[in-house]
Design a protein around this ligand. Structure first.
Ligand SMILES: *Cc1c(COP(=O)(O)O)cnc(C)c1O
Length: 467
């Protein structure tokens, strides 16, 4: 019915030139947006045939796609794709395994088991932890906070797996000001509501107010509560004091969830490991592989201290055609929020097998060096002003021309952020840090070089000069 022609060869032929172009091409070419309408039109009746469809997709995509896997994309915290991860991602599509259960694919099940253990080991967590590979850190937060929800329900004598939140008070969730929007989204999806987070911030940047948290926990008087610690906050890459939050959790019998979407990777270098000291005392940890591990989207993971909590939270008991979560035939579809899922373990497996712990330590340290280089370039520039220390991979700064009036700086920096995106050679995002509009480039792509950093600052100052 469907002939394959030489479709994969067409993709292969486009891949080399595209990958080679990443070092030099703009992140986004606004002129290429004129190609996007070619995706549209009515649903074809007969179809154009596979070769023409794939050719069109490649032609539009290689021109109008965002080069976010290239070395000059510093917006959000994205990461690129290592060669091993890219090849394994193609392999995952080729084999089209369902990572639902051991029966659907013993191969995918085994790869996922190995990968979860390798990740546990990479981040220095003790044996015995379990986890789930999920689509994103948002889903990893959902997974960890979902387990927390049922722990909390159990402490109140309720069966939240069966009955949900019916008849229960609001679950206390405490965090510092670094709490990520996706943790709130996870709580929203879990039915707690995004405003259930009680934020204890000691300053305008959002540093955790531990004394305030302690007072609140004392007032709760032993009622179970959830603490969210933030390992790597998105504005400046700062960390909550995880060890002290772990002490607080232990003192008051709380569930400790750590959002380490990218910051967990601080564990890989002796230069930054102190930032995540104490994570081994957490109950759940959320992180992304599609960020600093440099594997393709969609690749988040949750690590859970007591793995049995996953089956309790995400099993589907009572379906006669499915094994129970504890059954040897069961698999990861019953241990996380998704059921059928691609073998997203394969890119992680390949990249860790290929480059190992040492390769990733070297990559993280390369990024630490590049972030310090960017901080120096900012400090040297008379018209730029750094707003925060650089503990990890994010540099938070703003344009501040000599003599410029403070009142106009927010507008100037918003305009600079917009000009940067419009220019397209580099991407970085703006934020509001401690009440001031700022840029917050994040350096987590293995392709980025010192020359990219220097050129970024030069382009930024060129654009600033034109405003
Ligand atoms: C990126 C990020 C998330 C959400 O990650 P997604 O993969 O986009 O869902 C959560 N927390 C932190 C700290 C992040 O940086």
């Amino acid at each position: 019915m469907f002939s394959g022609d030489d479709l994969l060869a067409r993709v292969f032929a486009a891949a080399g030139p595209y990958l080679d172009s990443l070092a030099g091409r703009p992140v986004y070419d606004a002129a290429a947006a004129k190609l996007l309408p070619e995706l549209g039109g009515p649903l074809p009746g007969a179809g154009v045939g596979a070769a023409e469809a794939i050719d069109r997709l490649l032609r539009i995509g290689t021109a109008a796609g965002t080069a976010s896997s290239g070395p000059r994309f510093f917006h959000f915290v994205t990461g690129g794709v290592t060669p091993a991860a890219l090849a394994a991602d193609w392999t995952a599509a080729l084999l089209d395994q369902n990572g639902f259960s051991r029966v659907s694919s013993p191969f995918a099940h085994e790869a996922e088991t190995v990968v979860l253990d390798w990740l546990r080991s990479l981040f220095g967590l003790p044996a015995g932890w379990g986890g789930a590979l999920v689509g994103s850190a948002t889903f990893a937060n959902f997974t960890g906070l979902g387990c927390a929800t049922h722990w909390w329900g159990g402490r109140l004598g309720a069966d939240t797996v069966r009955d949900g939140l019916a008849g229960l008070p609001r679950m206390p969730v405490l965090s510092g000001g670094y709490v990520h929007a996706s943790a709130r989204k996870a709580l929203q999806m879990l039915g707690h509501g995004r405003n259930t987070v009680e934020v204890f911030a000691a300053d305008a940047a959002g540093r955790a107010d531990l004394a305030g948290m302690r007072r609140r926990l004392t007032a709760l008087d032993g009622a179970p509560a959830v603490l969210i610690a933030n390992a790597g906050e998105v504005n400046a890459g700062d960390f909550d004091p995880i060890g002290e939050l772990a002490d607080l959790a232990a003192e008051h019998g709380c569930w400790l969830h750590v959002d380490g979407a990218f910051g967990l990777f601080a564990a890989l270098s002796g230069r930054t490991a102190h930032l995540v000291r104490g994570i081994e005392r957490a109950d759940s940890i959320a992180a992304d592989a599609h960020k600093w591990l440099n594997v393709p989207y969609e690749s988040g993971f949750a690590l859970i201290r007591e793995p049995d909590r996953l089956g309790a939270a995400f099993g589907m008991p009572g379906s006669p055609y499915l094994p129970a979560a504890g059954d040897p035939a069961a698999g990861y579809g019953l241990l996380g929020p998704e059921s059928s899922r691609r073998a997203r373990s394969l890119p992680i497996w390949a990249t860790l097998a290929a480059y190992g712990r040492d390769g990733y330590r070297d990559m993280v340290e390369h990024h630490l060096d590049l972030a310090q280089r960017l901080a120096r370039r900012v400090d040297e520039a008379p018209d730029l002003e750094r707003l925060a220390d650089v503990p990890l991979c994010i540099v938070c700064f703003r344009a501040h021309p000599p003599g410029a009036d403070e009142a106009g700086l927010d507008d100037l920096n918003r305009a600079l952020g917009a000009a940067l995106i419009e220019d397209g050679r580099f991407f970085a995002g703006t934020t509001v840090y401690a009440g001031r509009v700022a840029l917050r480039p994040a350096i987590v792509n293995w392709r980025t070089t010192a020359a990219d950093i220097d050129e970024f600052v030069a382009v930024l100052r060129e654009l600033l000069g034109r405003l």
